[in-house]
Design a protein around this ligand. Structure first.
Ligand SMILES: CC(C)(COP(=O)(O)OP(=O)(O)OC[C@H]1O[C@@H](n2cnc3c(N)ncnc32)[C@H](O)[C@@H]1OP(=O)(O)O)[C@@H](O)C(=O)NCCC(=O)NCCS
Length: 302
């Protein structure tokens, strides 16, 4: 017999409750092979910062599941492996949607998440591909750029504004990335992993601005956590005026060559499923899907 879960909703959690949720999330990740609660939501659990609504599901007096919605309307949800198929997931999903969630992440898009979303009448509204490829012999050699372009490393204190401008234009249709501010950029530059040598700027050497600088045409920002043997294609962008001129392939290769020279053995990246040009570029560069994370939400109005 299944019993109705009891739900508790709040904007902050006691430390012991947050720890119990983290334990539950760890048990689920062991069974599912993927984390249901992302880093941002894990931080919100313990810091109490951000506009987060937490929902706890109890069954038979113990914690059976957890869901949360952040200020942007994104939600995540997880049910303890020992409490599944008893209605907790359905109740938590309804609660976060009632609390204003517009999309629920299904990391790894597991069969149970697909089933729960279908049960609730939700559809896939966003797919985030995690792509990966091993580093092979010869990857450490820089590819040639088309004529008229050259590459150099980002210089802190000099290149911030030019980069922000190109990033905004290149990601005009991906506001999450395109709306990055100088403050956000500084925050990333203050991280341990930040290395200007891995933040590559491609300039148009056939033109000069009023100040005598070459215009920034494209960039490839790579990332490698300190000591990690995995590198990441962190952000790649081409100024719209320079799109369609064969920069994407060599631009990708310049970053992967830099990472290969750092000694990484695999390279990963995250790309939205609707970014067909980027997906095609990465597939051509040998990247394959390692996982797909899906956001489920109400079907858009016809
Ligand atoms: C997805 C998850 C939250 C479901 O939790 P749950 O408490 O087991 O779900 P419920 O018991 O409320 O199931 C409600 C309905 O979802 C569907 N469903 C749930 N698990 C399913 C499974 N393994 N396979 C197919 N459909 C499933 C069914 O339609 C089910 O109704 P039914 O039991 O009457 O057939 C849970 O498996 C989980 O924590 N997975 C890892 C995290 C995750 O993927 N979160 C994203 C959710 S969008």
């Amino acid at each position: 017999m299944s019993e109705d879960p009891r739900l508790e909703t709040g904007s902050s959690l006691e430390r012991a409750t947050a720890d119990a949720v983290l334990d539950l999330a760890r048990r689920a990740a062991d069974v599912d092979g993927v984390e249901a609660v992302s880093e941002a939501f894990r931080l919100a659990l313990t810091s109490g910062r951000g506009e987060v609504t937490h929902v706890l599901a109890y069954a038979g007096g113990s914690l059976a599941g957890y869901a949360a919605r952040d200020g942007s309307g994104s939600a995540e949800l997880v049910v303890d492996p020992s409490s599944r198929r008893q209605g907790a997931g359905r109740a938590l999903l309804r609660a976060v949607l009632d609390a204003g969630a517009t999309g629920v992440w299904a990391h790894g898009d597991l069969p149970a998440a697909k089933g729960l979303a279908a049960d609730a009448g939700l559809v896939s509204t966003r797919e985030l591909h995690v792509m990966e490829r091993p580093v092979r012999d010869g990857d450490d050699v820089d590819p040639a750029l088309p004529e008229g372009f050259s590459v150099r490393a980002f210089e802190p204190g000099r290149d911030e504004q030019a980069w922000l401008d190109v990033n905004r234009l290149a990601f005009a249709s991906h506001p999450e990335q395109g709306s990055i501010t100088l403050e956000d950029l500084h925050e990333r530059m203050a991280q341990d992993w930040f290395d200007p040598a891995g933040f590559l700027l491609v300039e148009d050497t056939t033109a000069t601005s009023d100040g005598g600088a070459h215009p920034l045409a494209a960039f490839h920002w790579t990332k490698r956590e300190v000591g990690s043997d995995q590198g990441e294609v962190y952000v790649v962008g081409v100024h719209p005026a320079y799109q369609g001129r064969g920069l994407a392939g060599p631009l990708t290769g310049l970053g992967t060559a830099h990472l290969a020279r750092q000694g990484v053995t695999t390279i990963e990246l995250y790309v939205d499923g609707d970014n067909t040009r980027a997906l095609a570029t990465y597939r051509r560069a040998g990247f394959e899907d390692a996982a797909i994370h899906v956001v489920y939400g109400p079907a858009p109005a016809p």
